[in-house]
Design a protein. Structure first.
Length: 108
C-alpha cells in the first residue's frame, strides 16, 4: 500500500467526517473553516480523482436539481482500502510523534 500525501490524508479524513454529504463544495468549505486553508477546485478534484484511481474513494452521482441547473453533485465515500490507508497514516504519525508529548510549540 502506498503512503498517502498529507493532502490525500486530509481529504480522506474530511470525507469520513462528512459521511454521506461529502461533495466538492462541502469538502472545500470544511477545509477552509476547520484548517484555515484555501484549496482551489482544480487541486481538490485532481486529488479526489487520484484517490478514486487508487481505489481509496468511491464516487456516486447525486440527483440533478434545479438549483444546479440540472447538474448532478458527485458524492465521495471512503472504501475499505481507503480506510486501511488512513489507518496506516495514523499509525505512522503516532510512531513519528511518540515521545514528543512535552514538546513546547511556540504559538504565533
Amino acid at each position: 500500500m502506498k503512503e498517502l500525501t498529507k493532502f490525500e490524508e486530509v481529504l480522506l479524513v474530511v470525507i469520513w467526517r462528512l459521511k454521506g454529504e461529502a461533495y466538492g463544495v462541502k469538502i472545500r468549505r470544511y477545509i477552509g473553516e476547520h484548517l484555515k486553508k484555501d484549496v482551489t477546485y482544480g487541486n481538490l478534484y485532481s486529488v479526489l480523482d487520484q484517490l478514486s484511481r487508487k481505489g481509496y474513494v468511491d464516487k456516486q452521482l447525486g440527483e440533478a436539481t434545479p438549483q444546479r441547473r440540472g447538474r448532478r453533485k458527485i458524492y465521495y465515500s471512503i472504501t475499505g482500502d481507503g480506510l486501511q490507508a488512513l489507518k496506516s497514516a495514523w499509525e505512522m504519525n503516532e510512531i513519528l510523534w511518540a515521545g514528543l508529548d512535552d514538546l513546547a510549540f511556540e504559538k504565533n
